[in-house]
Design a protein around this ligand. Sequence first.
Ligand code: URA
Length: 235
Amino acid sequence: MTDTAIDTGPSHTAVTGPPVTTRLHLLPQTNRLRSLHTVIRDRDASRADFVQTSAQIFRLLLDTALDLLPVTTRSVRTPVGQTYHGLRPAAPVCGVSIARAGESMEAELRAMLPQTRIGKILIQRDRTTKLPHLHYAALPPDIATSQVLLLDPMLATGGTALAAIALLREYGVFEEDIVFVTLLSSPEGISAVHDRHPRVRIVTSAVEERLNGDAYMVPGIGDFGDRYFGTDQPR
Ligand code: URA
C-alpha cells in the first residue's frame, strides 16, 4: 500500500465510550519511573542512556498494556503433580509500530512475547495539505481478530495516531481491541484520540503539560526519533 490519503473522519463523534478512567492508563508515578523520566528528559543524556532508559520504560508500558487484554483459563500440571488453574491470552496479540519512532518499541515487545507478529505503518504529514498521508502499511493477515498494541512513543497532536487508528479500523480492527502504547502524551493528543475513538485505550507513562508552538510536548523530551536514532543536530 503506498501514498494513500487517510480520511480520519469528522472531528467529533457522538459515540459514548467507557469512562475516562478505564481508557487512559497512566503508569503509577513511582520514584523509580520518575528517575527513569529524569534520564530521558535531560538534554545532556548520552544516546546510550536515552536508548537504554527508554527501553526500561517501554517494558513497564507493555506490561500494563498486556495486562489489559482478555484472558481465558488454562490449567497446567506442576512438577509436584498438582493442578494450577491459570490463565492465557484469549486472542492473538500483535504489535503495530508507527515508523519511525514506534520501531524503537518493537525489541521490547519481541523480548516479552517472542511469537508476536509486528506490523508497520508509515504515515507522514503532507507539507502542503498538512493532511496525514499513508506511505506504507504491512499488517498481519488476521489483524481483524487480534488484540492490537499500537506503538508510538509520542502522542502529541494526535494526527498520526488518528490516521493509524483509522487504517486499523479499515482493516476491520474494533476500537476496543486497540491499545495505544505511548511513552509521553499531551492532553491535546489524548482528547483527539478519545473524541473520535472513545473505546481505544491509551497506556502512557506521562501526561505532559501542553504542546508548544512547534507541536513539541512540554516539559517533554524533544524529538524522540532524533535522540533515539542519533539524527539530532549538534547544539
Ligand atoms: N514528537 C516528538 O518526538 N516529540 C514531541 O514532543 C512531539 C512529537
